[in-house]
Design a protein around this ligand. Sequence first.
Ligand SMILES: Cc1ncc(COP(=O)(O)O)c(C=O)c1O
Length: 391
Amino acid sequence: MDENLKNFLDTHSTPMYVFDASVLKKRVSYLKEMLPSNVSLCYAIKANNFIVKELDEVIDRFEVCSPGELSVCRKLNISGKKIIFSGVYKTPSVVEELMAEDYPMGIYSIESMVQYKLLVEMASKYNRSITVMPRLTSGNQFGMTKDEVKTIIAEVKEMPNVTIEGIQFFSGTQKNSLKKLKRELTKLDEFIQLLKEELDYVPKELEFGPGFPVTYFKDEEFDEDEFLKGFSEIIDEMNFKSKITLELGRSIAASCGTYYTSVVDMKSNKGQNYAIVDGGMNHLVYFGQSMAMKHPMCDVLPERDEEGAVDWNICGSLCTANDILVKQLPIKDLQLSDVIRFEKTGAYCMIEGISLFLSRDLPSVYIKNEDGIYKSVRDSLPTHPINTPNY
Ligand SMILES: Cc1ncc(COP(=O)(O)O)c(C=O)c1O
């Protein structure tokens, strides 16, 4: 363990998350290097809204899809011009406030005919010019049919104050099949051709959420260089040669995060060893983890070799038998106050936790700056006030 980390752990209480700005920025550079030159990157802040400021200088756009996420960006002085306000429910009062205030929103996505009507009406009521992106559905509650997208494009042609930037499409998350991504992009390419033929409309841009995958568990194999080369070939083969914005959350954010939690109790029941930690499943969620059957990328601090290790079940502090973070983790000479370090926890792991369950405190959050300094960005937070009736 390096001296900087040792000092930090000696002086700060677990449970906590640390998001490393240097790892994050290198990650964005890597993705940019690996992708074709007509590709730009949009960060879907739902993956982790604590790293937005660090990303601001290296990312082209932010996707926000709730009034709360928008507030986070506004608090951090992110330019509205850099934001696509997306989401299946655009709270009408929030849209109205934005128009009334003339908040400079980069793009509004349109997910339904109801949203379309709302945006057009509000823009007209407040005499605003807006830029929109109809979202084509991938076959779920999000976005609209091709016919609806076509209707909007045809109608907006007659509206001087509404501009259509392009088409938005979200494929899904943890998409590791290049075949499926190719099928979707080919269909989108065909749809774009159809828009030219039928409506004489050429999108300036395609915003595509490819859901690039992240490996979380030991023994998972994934050759990311090869995957991104394959994906770039698919993009290069498209007839559509204009700007393609990739809306990414997980792939950008996952690698920068580490979760630290300390052993607070140890016991052996009916032949099984249990280490209780001060964190738990209310803080830490892994995509694809089911009943802790897989081993996430984690280790024990201070570091030690594995010779003579015994298996420990690492359990959180919640009073539920489900609160198991890792099953049968081999550890040599485990001690109270040893720290378990979970890697690759920068995307969703924290934000998707069932935080309110059992009224335990939320973890504190730090950004590790590029100069190695740990900056506190949120103290540990009690959840019991949220769970207390107000009579
Ligand atoms: C519209 C949209 N864009 C982008 C993303 C980010 O997906 P991922 O984190 O898999 O990259 C999501 C995730 O749900 C989404 O709904």
